[in-house]
Design a protein around this ligand. Structure first.
Ligand code: ADP
Ligand code: 3PG
Ligand code: MG
Length: 391
């Protein structure tokens, strides 16, 4: 595998470089980029700073939320432009439109080393339909295309993939970093590799679990998705939700040879907004209870397995972390991994958010900015946004 990297580009001075970034970050109620939510912006800064230093004229394309092809002031990139300017410590101009006379003028007047952000590309319905004409309109704003939006690279969309038909395309530093780390975990891991998968749904993660059973010594499960596996194994899960439509797929996983490990106890309550939980083994769960976190024995078991690992790949929380009562399992696991000797590769929106809140992000080898993109990459799929960039 070779990656076409921006490092290979000579003489960027005065070149108009069109960068696709993923600045899809949660906004606070008053429409700002929250303090611990700017991870994706911070991680894109090295690419932008490099282009600035080389004297390129930097034009950034990004989306926010799912405006479904219509202008929506609540999803304007204004707060993102503001935060980006703080992060790179330079002015960032925001065009009020995506393509059009205003943008053309702003690009024309953009000086070497200056940064222009276009308004939310998803305000135009042609973005999500991967429209050729739209991609071409975007492409004429630049001389080169740099994809640094790993987190959106699983989308076949105009500013992500279609544009690569019209411009020489390269990977930014973040994209390159993501591909290299995730690829190594999947194909050339340090062994023993331990994989931990948690989160909401088996449906979104089963292919990743399956793929990792080929290389991992152990795959530890947690979160709501473990309920489906427990159910298939005949363990009582009280009133917890599970995915019966996934039974057939789950049964195909080898559940008997100890490679896949499920929680042995949990933190239970009768409602998700409970003020306290009850720790117990699943055998003693009551019929009206929900499993909302992994319990202390599971944490001990997982800690002992992690101890013997040389590499750990983790995606998805162990419990309903939105309620602090049920966030202990995830927090414990974060602390265990932060202190582990093993290389640690972490991903998933909610998981990473918690790590950032605990200010422990420096304790991990690599933290992915990708949600869906990371999962699809780890399923072994070819991502549309990498088409002309990885050979
Ligand atoms: P990530 O974005 O980190 O990959 P997911 O999106 O798959 O993770 O899942 C995160 C969600 O899963 C969280 O909102 C969390 O509340 C939920 N979740 C995890 N475990 C449970 C559980 N036992 N019961 C209910 N919800 C859970
Ligand atoms: C993400 O946040 O996972 C990416 O920006 C993709 O967003 P989407 O799921 O709305 O396409
Ligand atoms: Mg999520």
């Amino acid at each position: 595998m070779t990656i076409k990297s921006i490092k290979q580009l000579k003489n960027l001075k005065g070149k108009r470089v069109l960068v696709r970034a993923d600045f899809n970050v949660p906004l606070t109620k008053d429409g700002k980029v929250g303090q611990s939510e700017d991870f994706r912006i911070v991680r894109t800064a090295p690419t932008i700073n490099y282009l600035i230093k080389k004297g390129a004229r930097v034009i950034i394309m990004a989306h926010l939320g799912r405006p479904e092809g219509k202008t929506n002031p609540k999803l304007s990139l204004k707060p993102v432009a503001k935060r980006l300017a703080q992060v790179i410590n330079r002015p960032v101009k925001l065009s009020p439109e995506i393509v059009g006379a205003k943008t053309t003028e702003l690009v024309k007047n953009l000086k070497n080393g200056e940064v222009l952000l276009l308004e939310n590309v998803r305000f135009d319905a042609r973005e999500e339909t991967a429209d050729k004409k739209f991609a071409q309109q975007l492409s004429i704003l630049g001389d080169l295309f740099v994809n640094d939006g790993f987190a959106v690279s699983h989308r076949d969309q105009a500013s992500v993939s279609t544009i690569q038909q019209f411009l020489p395309s390269y990977a930014g530093f973040l994209l390159e970093d993501e591909i290299n780390h995730l690829n190594r975990a999947l194909r050339l891991p340090k062994k023993p590799l331990v994989v931990i998968i948690g989160g909401a749904k088996m449906e979104t993660k089963i292919k990743v679990i399956k793929n990792f059973t080929k290389v991992a010594k152990r795959v530890l499960l947690g979160g709501a998705l473990a309920n489906t596996v427990l159910k298939v194994m005949g363990v009582t899960i009280g009133k917890s939700a599970f995915e019966p439509e996934m039974f057939a797929e789950v049964k195909k996983l080898k559940l008997t040879d100890n490679q896949i490990v499920v929680p042995v106890d949990g933190v239970m309550a009768t409602k998700t907004d409970a003020k306290s939980g009850r720790m117990d083994a699943f055998a003693d769960i009551k019929s009206d209870e929900l499993i909302l976190d992994i319990g202390p024995d599971t944490i001990k078991l997982y800690a002992s397995i992690i101890k013997s690992a040389k590499m750990v790949m983790w995606n998805g929380p162990m419990g309903l972390i939105e309620n602090p009562v049920f966030a202990k399992g995830t927090k414990s696991l974060i602390k265990i991994l932060a202190a582990a000797k093993a290389e640690t590769i972490i991903g998933g929106g909610e998981t990473v958010q918690m790590i950032r809140k605990m200010k422990l992000e420096d304790k991990f080898t690599f933290i992915s900015t990708g949600g869906g993109a990371m999962l699809e990459f780890l399923e072994g799929k070819k991502l549309p946004g990498l088409k002309n960039i990885i050979k």
